[in-house]
Design a protein around this ligand. Structure first.
Ligand SMILES: [Zn+2]
Length: 195
């Protein structure tokens, strides 16, 4: 059972969640609010779960010599707002009001540079490994909290990274069950509007 997720709107930080604050962020353009949620999948090294490497990538401290795959990505300056690990645990890297560097070259409904106006959520996983029930529950709870804290967001504006960067990105992949997320989100939104 995942408890309610709480966001402090003054700081853009999740309450009671492990914070691993990243240096890889900057301010959104003046007057631009978060309007899009981007769902990603990540694992480091690819296909392996549970190590410290995602934190290390997003904080710019990934050791190039720890795995052959890391050599090519260690210089990347990337981040995300939040990560959901396989067990459903949340980690936050960038305050939601700031611009995290997760989308890269991207376009949503004709509007480019999605980092400017989006919030990025990574799920630890791969394109072809089913994501866990705990991850879907945590994602639905997180999105519900974000919709409450940022009225500029909408349950209708949620996209996968592959959708905003087609041909370049494939995550969260065919393994991500959008129907399941939609169903859970319907339930959590209804429950939160009753409370
Ligand atoms: Zn991605």
């Amino acid at each position: 059972m995942i408890g309610a997720v709480k966001i402090d709107p003054a700081t853009g930080l999740l309450a009671g969640v492990r914070q691993v604050l990243s240096p890889h962020f900057d301010a959104r353009p003046a007057g631009v609010l978060p309007e899009l949620l981007v769902v990603h999948g990540i694992s480091l090294p690819p296909g392996e779960f549970g190590g410290p490497w995602i934190d290390r990538l997003f904080t710019g401290t990934l050791p190039a010599d720890a795995h052959p795959y890391f050599r090519d990505i260690t210089a990347q300056r990337v981040s995300t707002h939040a990560l959901i690990r396989r067990g459903g645990q949340l980690v936050q890297y960038v305050p939601f009001g700031e611009r995290a560097w997760h989308a890269g070259q991207s376009s949503y409904r004709g509007r480019s540079a999605c980092n400017d106006f989006s919030i990025g959520v990574e799920l630890e996983g791969t394109d072809d490994t089913p994501y866990t029930d705990a991850q879907y529950a945590a994602l639905a709870a997180l999105i519900t909290a974000l919709l409450g804290a940022y009225p500029s967001l909408s349950a209708q504006a949620i996209a996968g990274h592959s959708e905003i960067a087609p041909g370049r990105k494939t995550d969260p992949g065919p393994s991500f069950d959008w129907v399941l997320l939609r169903g859970l989100l319907g339930q959590t939104l209804q429950a939160s509007s009753r409370s």
